[in-house]
Design a protein around this ligand. Structure first.
Ligand code: NAG
Ligand code: NAG
Length: 339
């Protein structure tokens, strides 16, 4: 109880503090450049060509768990099912390099998570509770006529894939988490590692209404340039960034993704220990600005069966910036488990 009260007070103080800081950033923008509107956005009416490139698969919609989900399907439906779950603020396109690699041997489904891309955007914050997010995928697997799937996940998608593994281990033949953490590990590390506490600053900011959307959309969605464009890296170019901005510049497009944070902030971790053998691989990017590698230790305390890898020289969007290395890590892990 004491711990809960402490965390509750610190959390709310920090949320206000980061909110205030955001207002200062807005003000600084106006002072530096009084005649420019930081929220002016380029009009993007035509989807960039890669979004409909047939090499990535066929675009389909499905109704599951009371909601329309959009996904991109490729590969042979008689092969093992591999489902890709993207992170924040992304969509199916984050998996393009994995689709090209794994469609040779797997039935690949890259989903737009609820509220993202071409999937349905429900308004309520409560529509983004973790139990609903995991049921979307559970019912998707069922609708696709399968009992099991391989989950390949990144960032928020990893937290969801991990929660699917915890609640429905029987439907997961393997779990691969890239640059992501279980919700329990993230709560532990936020409160036990001051570095992670600082790295997770946006968890606190995103609890506020309205303001986070304004912050993320500033300077024509500059956030996507910052996360995706790495000098010298040729795997992600300006046109790729335009693909992201095409979806995120739509009205209301940022609210559902930020609602994932609003709906799921927890103070105390669930410390269940999982002994069932679901092959699980957690891949940490050494230059990740949002996740400290101590999260791996926290996750090892949660699972009897877990493997971890640290990939050096690469940041948070590792599967896009170093696809050959990441694809090989995934392939080797699956081969070792005869999948
Ligand atoms: C907190 O972190 C330290 C190292 O940073 C670790 O040794 C300890 O086990 C952690 N405690 C918990 C409860 O996770
Ligand atoms: C991760 O956390 C540890 C323990 O607080 C710290 O020593 C280390 O510098 C952190 N790493 C990064 C990349 O911030």
């Amino acid at each position: 109880m004491k711990q809960y009260i402490y965390r509750f007070v610190v959390t709310n103080a920090l949320t206000l503090f980061y909110g205030f800081l955001t207002l200062v950033i807005f003000l600084r923008n106006y002072v530096r450049n009084p005649f420019r509107n930081p929220w002016e956005q380029k009009l993007r009416l035509v989807p960039p060509a890669p979004l409909s490139d047939p090499k990535y698969g066929i675009h389909k919609n499905i109704k599951v768990n009371g909601i329309k989900l959009h996904y991109v399907e490729s590969g042979d439906p008689s092969k093992p099912l591999m489902i890709f779950l993207h992170g924040f603020p992304e969509f199916w396109y984050s998996w393009r390099y994995q689709i090209l690699e794994f469609k040779k041997d797997y039935w690949c489904i890259a989903v737009d998570m609820r509220g993202y891309g071409d999937s349905e955007r429900v308004e309520d914050v409560s529509a983004y509770k973790l139990n609903l997010l995991i049921d979307d995928i559970k019912y998707l697997v069922k609708e696709l006529g399968r009992e099991k799937c391989i989950l390949v996940s990144h960032d928020w998608g990893g937290a969801i894939a991990n929660a699917i593994r915890n609640s429905y281990p029987e439907i997961v033949s393997a779990l691969i988490m890239l640059a992501s953490m279980s919700t329990a590990a993230s709560i532990h590390e936020i409160w036990n590692n001051s570095k992670q506490f600082l790295m997770s600053w946006y968890f606190f900011l995103f609890r506020l209404p309205w303001l986070p959307e304004q912050f993320v959309s500033m300077n024509d969605l500059e956030i996507h340039d910052k996360i995706l464009l790495v000098p010298g890296n040729t795997y992600v170019d300006k046109q790729d960034v335009e693909c992201y901005k095409y979806w995120f510049c739509k009205p209301y497009a940022l609210t559902p993704p930020i609602n994932y944070y609003r709906a799921n902030f927890d103070y105390i971790a669930n410390d269940k220990y999982y002994k069932d053998n679901v092959p699980m691989l957690v891949v940490h990017a050494a230059k990740d600005l949002y996740i400290n590698k101590t999260v791996l230790e926290a996750m090892k305390k949660q699972y009897e069966y877990i493997e971890t890898v640290i990939v050096d020289g690469v940041g948070h969007a590792l599967q896009q910036h170093d696809p050959d290395r990441i694809n090989k890590i995934i392939r080797d892990f699956l081969a070792k488990n005869n999948l």
